[in-house]
Design a protein around this ligand. Structure first.
Ligand code: ZN
Length: 166
């Protein structure tokens, strides 16, 4: 009886440790398009669950049709398998849809440092990542990738990408 009572928490602890370890691995899996952002910074990892011998990871694609989604899912699986996590199942979670609000605070800082204007709260103004000016004009709806728009600052005249809000 006592043994049974102890077995369950012990099993739960093992699962927790495995999930923690998986999260550490995910911290080093970078977005192929914005290599300063990890998949955790992007906020696309919905859950990491250790169930039985299997690790289930739920991923919400950022922009639908974003060609990077498949690449990201593969690099997540590869990194976990390389770390010895064994049986890894990547699950696509479509609802609720990803929102740029899910970017972590750290992710926003990294974007800014990388020269990409992070998605602002809805309705707030665009800020030039170089000089902080709010005066910018859009050059193109699409920047280097479909999830960014291309702008030029009217003050320092530097072009920059804006991570689109969705
Ligand atoms: Zn500027």
């Amino acid at each position: 009886m006592v043994r049974e009572a102890l077995a369950e928490p012990a099993r739960a602890r093992t699962a927790d440790l495995r999930e923690e370890r998986a999260l550490r691995v995910l911290r080093s899996v970078m977005d192929p398009e914005i290599p300063v952002l990890s998949v955790l910074d992007l906020g696309i990892v919905r859950y990491v669950r250790s169930e039985g011998g299997r690790l289930r990871v739920g991923i919400t694609p950022t922009y639908s049709g974003c060609p990077a989604t498949e690449v990201i899912q593969r690099s997540i699986r590869d990194a976990l398998v390389r770390d010895g996590m064994g049986d890894v199942l990547i699950e696509t979670v479509l609802a609720p849809p990803w929102s740029s609000d899910w970017l972590s605070e750290e992710g926003r800082r990294k974007l800014q440092a990388f020269g990409i204007c992070p998605p602002a709260a809805r309705g707030s103004r665009i800020t030039c990542p170089r000089c902080g000016s709010h005066d910018a004009q859009r050059l193109s709806e699409f920047g280097s990738t479909p999830c960014k728009a291309h702008y030029r600052c009217s003050d320092c005249l530097e072009p920059f990408d804006l991570f689109k809000c969705i």
